[in-house]
Design a protein around this ligand. Structure first.
Ligand SMILES: *[C@@H]1O[C@H](CO)[C@@H](O)[C@H](O)[C@H]1NC(C)=O
Ligand SMILES: *[C@@H]1O[C@H](CO)[C@@H](O)[C@H](O)[C@H]1NC(C)=O
Ligand SMILES: *[C@@H]1O[C@H](CO)[C@@H](O)[C@H](O)[C@H]1NC(C)=O
Length: 941
């Protein structure tokens, strides 16, 4: 949560946060880029195959280029400074290219541990291309020296071409440029240097000291920032780089385009009070992963840097481009040019060549671990508020949920449950017996989440503070003393999670024998972990504060929240043996945070604009690999009216993470308080979430292995439909379900729905058929939601009403077959125990379901074969009583009369119940009684 509402204002306090002009290094790079663009002697031919001539002062040192196994090495120098920069281009399997650069002989080491905290196996085992697959050739044409490395990318002849003077890099697929580095000449690298003589030498540009409002950043190392332009040739849309409140398709930030921003997208994790919609300001999390998409291809870029980073975006077709980028050729392709600027660290960029969406995520997943399978309950409904007052209040919430037949999994406790905001403690008057409370909730499979924030109250009688203090585990000021700041408990310190001993110690505080009053039924919420410091610059830590190894906070800022999240996940995983999967929600995050749990979009507001904006925010996070994300249902600040709250539930059930939450100053808004008809609509919505949990869980399984998003922009499923590239109201949940949220208070206002592709679409509730491509308008009453199943899909559900996910574990399944235009359908079902790591050794059931020739077939997935037979057999045995209780086939051309079930060499015939019309019949097979883990067929005739 953010600052108290005591000083509430209507909008974000922009003056608390820097603009690019107030961030000295950002300004220096932007001005440098403007100068380059103005002095460009010869316009670059964007998209042309010719070497580009920008005005860049940086060139490859002649004779320095060589190929060493899977790495191409080159030295690059500024024409005036004689400080060689070492460039390393590493070629990975699948066509990914990694570009790294820093001084060949830096005066002091640069921070280079972001890779260790982010990449698989800490970056030690990347899938390199085989050296034999790489060929280097060098040519000179018209005096320009060009080096080309040919290799085989993802099913295409690929090459990387490097021009020497000035340096630029072009990634080509089938001889066509796709991504270019420094083709605009914006590359600028501030090499480490000795402080010039004179007290304020250099400080005019903010190089050695910088002041923002009342804070001074001492910058003992001086300037060390760098920037680089990355152009996506042939693309008109880029996505990702959360967290911002911009539309899904990122708006331009240069040139004052109509509707564009005048600030770059900022990546610097911050606690932004009452954030604004449609703004490139930084928010709580930062993932420097961007995707570009066109009808022909998808590509990705990961800018692996955890320091403050700004990203300018320019569209070639925008009006200012002619002057800013000096586009020389009328025949140039549309291009999105981006300019990335980071304050410190090393330059480290991965280029993922795609060309399909799935290829791009496979390439990303090869280097960064994806969202692991969550606990099954974590996909259920989470009921939170700041704050449930005491044990009686919590138990009332539980009883009311039962009384009103609303399934839920977790009650959340915010900061007020503690003894004076000392985390890992309880307010003994309000929560005298937390263990009994958790056990009581556990009877129906419910859990508790408590908040643990990173500010540690400075109190010698608080064991967490005194232990950390004794062992020197706190982050330090530039002078070496333990850093103090102001947060919820008052005067506080922050654990230095970059110290491995401190991180290990901290994670153990989550153990059952350390966290008094915790049980296996308690899970964790990390808030304020940007970290938020009320009296710090931009409400966070001083950049010159120090961490383990002498690194400045400036180097590691965007990693802090992730390491805090990791410590909690590690603590929960190791609190019992054998380990169960943890569940931890975090507000702050970075690339790789998906490994540790879920995140949410922070402190939103109870209005329609925030409801609408939650969709592009959830989608942008999914684009960037942060799959397990949601927005606070109802809006954190303010009081939603009953219509808004109902609509928010109807959307919120489609967020991968589904939690209702509210500020302490808001009115209570639990579903039963709304009365009818709202309560009924909310109950229906929540039940829909629970019904579809088997589908959600199967999507998480896929995401864990393939990196494919769960909440997907429409373009991901319909990659050639240009009309959908900027769509960010409608979205897909997995491949099978399209959600078109109602985001307007006026129920009379018709809602536009685009049915893509030549495909059947079925209303998820009525099964009414819509045939694409088509655009339809719907009038929607409050009971109506616009959710459609895509023809050609099979969706597994569980239909029995239960109080919690845990109580559904032995329920039978229903399979919905939504017949496509071709008369076929396909889907998957994944099942495991929902809590252990047994799946890693084969304790799971994964079925490929297919429907063709009016026959539904269940076969083991190819992955099943990889599991250990013993684990598989014992899990299958435990599930042998779990059957399919119903098959619903929607969209048959003719009603049929009987179903023949074949399983285990036996065959039986059962009645079929069909209704509907000649062109759109629906048939139900009641209780075919086939086992969920078995091979079987059901033939309709
Ligand atoms: C690299 O590929 C290009 C075209 O794809 C070709 O003209 C060139 O000969 C290749 N070079 C080598 C060294 O294989
Ligand atoms: C937990 O209880 C023990 C024993 O009463 C006490 O020593 C310890 O400080 C408590 N832990 C916390 C975090 O308060
Ligand atoms: C469907 O039936 C036709 C004709 O009997 C056959 O050729 C085809 O292979 C069948 N398709 C499938 C997927 O079984």
């Amino acid at each position: 949560m953010a600052l108290l509402l005591a000083q509430a204002v209507d909008a974000v306090k922009r003056e608390d946060f820097k603009t690019c002009e107030q961030s000295a290094f950002c300004l220096r790079h932007r001005q440098f880029a403007e100068g380059i663009a103005e002095t460009a002697q010869q316009p670059g031919l964007v998209g042309s195959d010719q070497p580009l001539r920008s005005a860049s002062p940086y060139s490859v040192v002649p004779g320095s280029v060589r190929l060493d196994r899977h790495t191409l090495l080159a030295l690059v120098e500024h024409k005036d400074d004689g400080v060689p920069l070492k460039f390393e281009l590493t070629f990975l399997a699948g066509g990914t290219v990694r570009v790294r650069a820093q001084e060949e002989a830096p005066l002091a080491p640069r921070f280079d541990d972001t890779q260790r905290h982010t990449l698989r196996d800490e970056g030690s085992a990347l899938p390199y291309a085989s050296p034999e697959s790489l060929q280097l050739s060098s040519t000179t044409a018209n005096g320009a020296v060009v080096h080309t490395v040919n290799f085989t990318g993802e099913a295409a002849a690929s090459s990387v071409r490097i021009t020497e003077q000035p340096w630029s890099l072009t990634y080509l697929r089938n001889d066509k440029p796709v991504v270019q580095l420094n083709s605009k000449g914006f590359f600028k690298f501030e090499h480490l240097r000795k402080r010039p003589d004179g007290d304020d030498a250099g400080s005019a540009d903010g190089e050695w000291e910088e002041t923002f409002r009342t804070w001074t950043d001492s910058k003992p190392r001086g300037p060390e920032s760098f920037g680089l332009d990355i152009s996506f040739v042939g693309f008109e849309h880029v996505y990702g780089i959360p967290e911002h409140t911009s539309p899904l398709s990122l708006k331009p930030t240069r040139g004052g385009d109509k509707g564009g921003y005048d600030q770059p997208y900022r990546l610097y994790n911050l606690d932004v009070f009452e954030y604004e919609i449609d703004n490139p300001m930084a928010l709580y999390g930062s993932i420097p992963l961007m995707l570009a998409h066109s009808a022909e291809a998808t590509v990705g870029v990961l800018w692996l840097n955890a320091a403050e980073t700004w990203v300018d975006v320019a569209h070639e077709k925008s009006s200012f481009i002619g002057s800013f980028f000096r586009r020389g050729s009328a025949g140039g392709e549309p291009t999105v040019s981006t300019h990335w600027i980071s304050e410190s660290g090393v330059l480290d960029v991965f280029l993922f060549p795609g060309p399909s969406v799935a290829d791009t995520y496979r390439q990303y997943a090869a280097i960064v671990e994806q969202t692991p399978l969550p606990r099954d309950f974590a996909l259920g409904y989470h009921q939170s508020r700041w704050n449930y007052l005491d044990e009686a209040d919590v138990l009332t919430i539980n009883d009311k949920m039962h009384e009103h037949d609303i399934p839920y999994d977790v009650v959340w406790l915010d900061i007020e449950h503690t003894d004076g905001k000392r985390y890992f403690t309880w307010d003994g008057a309000k929560f005298p017996n937390p263990v009994a409370m958790q056990e009581r909730l556990g009877r129906d499979g419910h859990r508790v989440v408590t908040v643990v924030d990173p500010h540690v109250k400075r109190d010698t009688s608080y064991s967490v503070w005194s232990e950390a203090n004794e062992r020197g585990f706190f982050a330090r000021t530039k002078d070496g003393s333990s850093l103090q700041g102001w947060c919820w408990p008052g005067d506080s310190s922050w654990v230095d999670l970059f110290n491995p001993d401190a991180a290990a110690w901290f994670s153990e505080l989550y153990h059952l024998d350390r966290y008094n009053g915790s049980t296996r039924n308690l899970f964790i919420w990390n808030d304020m972990n940007e970290p938020a410091i009320f009296n710090g610059p931009e409400i966070t830590m001083d950049k010159d504060a120090l961490h383990d190894g002498g690194w400045e906070h400036r180097d590691v800022h965007n990693l802090y929240g992730m390491l805090y999240h990791k410590a909690a996940a590690d603590g929960l995983r190791t609190r019992e043996s054998p380990s169960l999967r943890p569940f931890v929600l975090s507000r702050s995050y970075f690339a790789g945070s998906q490994r540790y749990g879920a995140v949410w979009t922070g402190d939103n507001t109870a209005d329609w604009e925030h409801l609408r904006a939650s969709v592009p925010m959830v989608l942008s996070n999914n684009v960037a690999g942060m799959h397990f994300v949601g927005a606070d249902v109802g809006g954190f600040f303010g009081n939603p009216d009953a219509t808004l709250l109902t609509r928010w539930y109807q959307l919120g059930i489609w967020y991968p993470f589904f939690r209702a939450h509210a500020h302490i100053d808001t009115k209570r808004r639990e579903p039963w308080l709304l009365g009818e008809p709202y309560l009924t609509h909310i109950r229906e919505a929540v039940r829909e979430r629970y019904r579809l949990l088997p589908y959600w869980y199967t999507l998480f399984r896929e995401a864990s292995l393939t990196g494919m998003p769960i909440a997907r922009p429409m373009w991901m499923e319909f990659p050639a439909e240009k009309g959908l590239f900027a769509e960010d109201r409608a979205f897909m949940v997995g491949p099978a379900i399209m959600v078109v949220p109602v985001t307007d208070s006026d129920a009379m206002l018709p809602v536009d729905v685009v049915f893509p592709q030549q495909e059947n679409w079925y209303d998820l509730h009525t099964h009414e058929l819509y045939v694409g491509p088509a655009r339809r308008q719907f009038s929607v009453g409050l009971a109506d939601t616009l959710v459609f199943a895509r023809g050609g899909s099979i969706v597994p559900t569980r239909e029995r009403h239960r109080r919690s996910t845990a109580l559904m574990r032995r329920d039978p399944f229903t399979l919905y077959v939504y017949v496509g235009r071709a008369g076929t359908a396909a889907g998957k079902l994944y099942v495991d125990d929902g809590e252990s790591y047994g799946y890693a050794s084969g304790a799971f059931i994964e079925r490929d379901l297919s429907f063709a020739n009016a026959t539904l077939v269940s076969r083991p997935s190819a992955r099943t074969a990889a599991g250990a037979a013993a684990a598989q057999a014992s899990f299958a045995a435990s599930m042998s009583g779990i059957r399919v209780e119903r098959v619903v086939v929607v969209g048959l051309r003719n009603p049929l009369t009987q179903a023949t079930v074949r399983e285990g060499g036996e065959e039986r015939t059962i009645d079929l119940h069909c209704g509907g019309s000649q062109v759109d019949a629906e048939c139900v097979v009641r209780d075919p009684a086939v086992r969920i883990g078995g091979d079987w067929e059901i033939a309709l005739a």
